[in-house]
Design a protein around this ligand. Structure first.
Ligand SMILES: [Zn+2]
Length: 174
């Protein structure tokens, strides 16, 4: 298992629609493990394959972050929201590809998600609270959508400019 570099916005790969996974190869299983290690190391609660430069429909997450909580890692291939509640929730979101930036985003409070697990089994479950927000945020990544796309254009431009600057600084010190 190894930690993979996380792409920072703006990057064309973060704006690209990811391809469905038809066959869960050893390579993709390894990728899922690497993504979990990368996510815990960051630290974060979710990560989508495009964020490590792989344009496949795969997300990982673990929102069990209460103190003393046992880790509850998920790796979901081809995840899909099959039902969303009319009730909305507002959460302050962040993203490992947009460091140190947070903003409130409104999304359905509860969702039912269908996915394929790493052993190829079909799963379906209902998620609420932080889990629901996180899953929807990660599935958005597979569509090339970032949480800042829900903000107004001025705010988005400001954040994008700040990220461009951050990337230039990181390139200089690398
Ligand atoms: Zn994100």
């Amino acid at each position: 298992m190894s930690i993979r570099p996380i792409l920072i916005h703006p990057d064309p790969r973060l704006k690209t629609v990811a391809d469905p996974v038809s066959d869960i190869t050893d390579e993709l299983q390894r990728l899922a493990e690497d993504m979990l290690v990368t996510m815990y190391d960051a630290p974060g609660i979710g990560l989508a394959a495009p964020q490590v430069g792989v344009l496949s429909r795969l997300i990982v997450l673990d929102c069990a972050r209460d103190e003393g909580a046992r880790p509850k890692p998920y790796a979901m291939f081809n995840p899909e929201v099959v039902w969303a509640s009319a009730d909305k929730n507002i959460h302050e979101e962040g993203c490992l590809s947009i460091p140190e930036t947070f903003a409130e985003v409104t999304r359905p409070a509860e969702v039912v998600v269908r996915w394929t697990d790493p052993s190829g089994d079909q799963k379906e479950d209902r998620f609420s609270g932080l889990w629901a927000t996180c899953i929807q945020h990660e599935i958005d990544h597979l569509k090339g959508v970032l949480f800042i796309d829900y903000l107004g254009p001025l705010k988005r431009q400001l954040i994008t400019r700040r990220m461009q600057k951050l990337k230039r600084e990181r390139a200089r010190t690398a």
